[in-house]
Design a protein around this ligand. Structure first.
Ligand code: KG4
Ligand code: ZN
Length: 333
């Protein structure tokens, strides 16, 4: 019999809800972004985030069920993001998810947020076959992972300081862009002049698959401070910054593929929406006769569909949890 799952994502500043059927595919997905709420503060305010999730979660679940033409009796399980993330925000999704599971007498499963990102490309065709190398680049994490199957993840490297998205956001903030500045900085870089600035490619000279982005951010900060910041200069700095991040990520991807002997690469997480990153990785993968996969644009950033997908795989494998299971603000993959 087919299985139909309700997915709930509330780890940060997006309330994402989805209904996924393992035979019919994605039946509905809803997203409420709190970006406007946090913009005035230049970053996510945890307490405001929790409150807004509380306001939105039930109406969004109702809408997702309605759009999926699904009633409560047709739901076979509930997947919610258990961590990592903001504790208050996670607790909203976990409490609602587990209460509904109890009321509807179906299993609940807590999903690792990064597993959700990692499997997001599976929501569309062609799906990457296992095994593959995944580069996870979001606002909170930068990780290289060898993926051999559902739950079979080996972390090959990760950031020792800022995440790639975080470096984008902080650099954008220094240039006076609104939060989250990553996509705005990328847009600004479109008008930039290649070659005017040159920033480092951190940790690429030494072997290894770890990342560091705080030095790169500081290099950009120095230029922002010392230059006269007209629009063209800003665009030129944005270009050089983006180029340095993308080069660094591409160098590490190539290294991870060589080390594992794999030819399939998945990129996921908010920064995988970046056009320059996608283009550079496409070119690189063509050269080595490999293929790069990424989620559709709306599933690069946080969403309920990826949590429903990961939860469905877990539930199909028979994984169910007890009602005492807790939200995990820090949780390694
Ligand atoms: O995965 P995500 O939605 O949330 C986390 O789990 O962190 O990622 C959000 C991050 C932010 O840092 C945002 O600036 C970045 O992804 N981002 C981008 C782009 N779109 C989103 N960074 C660079 N270029 C983009 N086009
Ligand atoms: Zn995320």
């Amino acid at each position: 019999m087919n299985m139909r799952i309700l997915g709930i994502e509330t780890s940060c500043d997006e309330t994402g809800i989805a209904v996924l059927d393992d035979e019919l595919g994605l039946l509905s997905h809803e997203l409420y972004s709190q970006v406007k709420l946090h913009a005035d503060y230049g970053g996510v305010v945890p307490e405001l985030a929790s409150r807004d999730h509380i306001r939105k979660i039930v109406p969004l679940i109702k809408k997702a069920l309605k759009d999926a033409d699904t009633n409560a009796q047709q739901i076979d399980g509930i997947a919610y993001t258990q961590g990592p993330g903001l504790i208050g925000a996670l607790l909203v999704g976990a409490s609602v998810g587990r209460s509904l599971a109890f009321a509807w007498n179906v299993p609940a499963v807590g999903v690792h947020h990064m597993e959700g990102h990692l499997l997001a490309p599976m929501l569309d065709d062609p799906k990457p076959e296992f095994p593959f190398v995944a580069l996870l680049v979001s606002g909170g994490h930068t990780m290289m992972v060898k993926v051999e199957g559902i739950g079979k993840y080996t972390v090959l490297g990760e950031s020792v300081d800022d995440a790639a998205g975080e470096a984008f956001d902080k650099t954008a903030k220094m240039m006076g862009l609104d939060y989250p500045g990553g996509p705005l900085l990328a847009k600004m870089a479109d008008k930039g002049t290649p070659g005017r600035f040159d920033f480092p490619r951190p940790m690429t000279a030494k072997p290894g698959l770890d990342f560091s982005f705080s030095g790169l951010k500081t290099a950009a900060a120095n230029s922002i401070r010392s230059e006269k910041l007209d629009e063209q200069t800003k665009a030129d700095i944005a270009y050089a910054f983006q180029e340095a991040v993308v080069d660094t990520l591409a160098i590490k991807c190539r290294r991870a593929l060589k080390q594992t002997g794999l030819k399939r690469l998945v990129i996921a997480g908010g920064v995988s929406a970046n056009t320059m990153l996608r283009m550079q990785l496409e070119t690189m993968m063509k050269k080595i006769n490999g293929k790069v996969y990424y989620p559709r644009l709306e599933f690069c950033t946080d969403n309920g569909a990826m949590i429903a997908y990961a939860g469905l795989q877990r539930l199909k494998a028979g994984q169910v949890e007890s009602l005492s299971s807790k939200a995990k603000p820090r949780w390694s993959l």
